[in-house]
Ligand binder design. Structure first.
Ligand SMILES: *[C@@H]1O[C@H](CO)[C@@H](O)[C@H](O)[C@H]1NC(C)=O
Ligand SMILES: *[C@@H]1O[C@H](CO)[C@@H](O)[C@H](O)[C@H]1NC(C)=O
Length: 221
């Protein structure tokens, strides 16, 4: 019994780094019209697109150089065509391969032990397909072009991810209008269970904390 308690205690104390090099996964989806500003998008889409799947640490510190020398190759994404091209478009310039390669270099390598090569890209697509964010927003009467209370945005998304807290990332235009830019969905290291995203305490200068604003705009597509 003592040993059992010790094992449980020990288990809870050990962070997830070993073998994982990260505490949780964050799928970041972008709203194309916001991602493309100040210009119009090069690629026309009909909803959210994957930005990336980011293995993350609770401390918020992201080491951009996870130990791995594995370079991105097109064979990692080939088996996922055409699905990946539709769900993970590079909307600004239409340079998909560059975008996927960049996400692999900056993030994918950090979860390589668990999700090597195409497994990483497939997991991102699978997580995206599990929860339809635009449909969730529509069902709470948030349509492209509308401005609604930030709480409605949060509640709508929570309703499709088991009630867990998403990370809402916003931008602000010159007139002070705050609009939704990206939505982060947080999951355990295996990418199975949703978890609450940590609150953004010190957003980078370009990311306005959505929750500090009464209303958000969902830019028209
Ligand atoms: C998480 O922290 C560990 C330990 O400091 C580090 O080795 C790892 O690279 C970090 N992972 C990410 C994704 O930043
Ligand atoms: C992805 O689809 C777009 C639009 O159909 C196309 O123009 C582009 O060449 C495709 N990208 C790749 C890497 O095949």
């Amino acid at each position: 019994m003592k040993l059992f308690i010790f094992i449980i205690f020990f288990y809870l104390q050990v962070p997830n780094y070993e073998g994982n090099a990260y505490d949780f996964l964050k799928l970041v989806e972008q709203w194309p019209p916001a991602a493309c500003l100040p210009n119009k998008c090069f690629r026309i889409t009909n909803g959210f697109g994957v930005h990336g799947l980011w293995p993350s640490n609770t401390s918020g510190i992201h080491s951009r150089t996870c130990d791995s020398s594995t370079k991105f190759t097109t064979s990692m994404v080939q088996p996922l065509f055409p699905r990946i091209n539709n769900s993970w478009p590079e909307v600004i310039n239409g340079k998909e391969e560059w975008f996927w390669g960049h996400e692999w270099e900056a993030h994918g390598k950090c979860s390589e032990a668990k999700f090597p090569g195409s497994d990483y890209f497939k997991l991102a697509l699978d997580i995206k397909d599990r929860a339809n964010l635009l449909q969730a927003l529509n069902s709470k009467n948030i349509k492209p072009g509308s401005s609604e209370p930030v709480k409605d945005f949060e509640d709508a998304i929570k309703s499709v991810i088991n009630g867990k807290r998403p990370e809402l990332r916003c931008l602000k235009d010159r007139k002070g209008v705050v609009y939704l830019h990206e939505v982060g969905l947080c999951l355990d290291p295996d990418g199975v269970q949703y978890i609450d995203c940590p609150l953004i305490s010190q957003p980078p200068p370009s990311v306005t904390n959505c929750l500090l604003n009464p209303k958000l705009m969902l830019l028209p597509l």
